[in-house]
Write a protein that binds this ligand. Structure first.
Ligand SMILES: Nc1ncnc2c1ncn2[C@@H]1O[C@H](COP(=O)(O)OP(=O)(O)O)[C@@H](O)[C@H]1O
Ligand SMILES: [Mg+2]
Length: 208
């Protein structure tokens, strides 16, 4: 079996930056890496982008187009495809799978929408647990400063509020799921990378 690593955190936390660096770190050590993300690039992911996310903008702020439950089900459907078509086969081939977001995002964001957390957890019960889920934790204010360009100006306050509540939800989830490890994402890119490598060496390689 391969290694399954997830990166989580609010928009602008540095997930994509760190996912790429982590993938390179593994590749330099001779591992075969599959770098992936949610929502995926499949038909389901495209549907999510069209119905829920507005372009490449931050925050799920346009979800009123569909019901919150339908939104949660779409994300879960996308995830089911992701696991069956990509994640599980890659792990069975012994690869390192790094996913930029996974079901913890659904819990943190959909919970912030007001959906019942237990229902969300049940809905995602099929999702295989990663070996480690790294939560890049950062205050909403700081993440918003990083991604100002991605936010629509008139929506700034709503996005900021959403980011704040999603961050709090992530921190609560970290107390419920032992595989979630928190990394301070306010540090420099290099320091964060080093912290992530430290956790991976400690949690995955020393454990084996
Ligand atoms: N540790 C960091 N310190 C300062 N800026 C960062 C840091 N990590 C990433 N950034 C910058 O912040 C922005 C958001 O980073 P990104 O990796 O795209 O976050 P995410 O994928 O979580 O939304 C990018 O412009 C990136 O270059
Ligand atoms: Mg990203």
């Amino acid at each position: 079996m391969g290694v399954f690593i997830v990166l989580e955190g609010i928009d602008g936390a540095g997930k994509s930056t760190q996912a790429k660096m982590l993938a390179e770190w593994f590749e330099e050590r001779g591992h075969e890496v599959v770098l992936t993300k949610e929502p995926t690039d499949t038909a389901f992911g495209k549907l999510i982008r069209r119905l829920v996310l507005t372009g490449g903008r931050v925050g799920i702020i346009d979800g009123a187009k569909i019901s919150h439950e339908a939104e949660a089900l779409l994300f879960a459907a996308d995830r089911a495809e992701h696991i069956h078509k990509l994640i599980r086969p890659a792990l069975e081939e012994g690869k390192v799978v790094i996913s930029d977001r996974y079901f913890y995002s659904s819990l943190a964001y959909q919970w912030a929408r007001g959906l019942d957390l237990e229902w969300l957890i049940d809905l995602n019960r099929f999702a295989i647990r990663p070996d480690i889920a790294i939560l890049l934790d950062i205050p909403a204010k700081e993440s918003m400063r990083r991604i100002k360009g991605r936010a629509i100006k008139t929506e700034f306050d709503r996005i900021f509020e959403l980011q704040r509540s999603v961050r709090n939800n992530y921190l609560k989830l970290a107390e419920m799921f032992p595989e979630i490890r928190i990394v301070n994402a306010q540090n420099s890119v290099e320091d964060i990378h080093r912290d992530i490598i430290g956790l991976i060496e400690q949690e995955i390689f020393k454990r084996a």
